[in-house]
Ligand binder design. Sequence first.
Ligand code: ADP
Length: 164
Amino acid sequence: MNKVAVYPGTFDPITYGHLDILEMGCKIFDEIVICIAERAEKNTLFTLEERVSTVSYIVKDFDNVSVEPLTGLLVKRMEMGGIKFILRGLRAVSDFDYELQMALTNSELDSEIVTVFLPGKHEHLFLSSSIVREVAIHGGDVSKFVPEYVKHKIELKLRGKTCL
Ligand code: ADP
């Protein structure tokens, strides 16, 4: 049977930290569906459509990885596709409370759901989308944190352009 996982997140923008988890996830799962959360409550730099298009480009060479927007409850999307696994990354103790809360909530909503946490790579343990946005907004170089394509999208966005 094919082992399928969703990999949910905001990806505002996608970083090398996200990609580490995706690469490791590909060794465990036969198929991964990246679900990009709308996050209407968060003031995201990129719109949902922009994030979906950027992530789709970045993962285009991964076999068995697809990207889609997520506007409702993750559990509902999983039930629709018969998906049982959630892939998440853990950076440091600071992630743990929130991640545990999410994992327990999702398994309360559907007892068959299992969340799989993978540790981030040590060289990216400090890395988050918010750090990347912060550095870029203040004119810093984000080349070490995100692929060139994403860096270019950030530069466009900060100049007020749409990035589809
Ligand atoms: P959310 O807004 O739901 O936290 P993110 O887009 O920030 O979503 O992250 C999605 C997943 O990727 C989360 O599980 C997060 O912990 C993980 N992640 C992000 N950056 C890193 C990193 N540098 N190392 C390991 N995991 C990471």
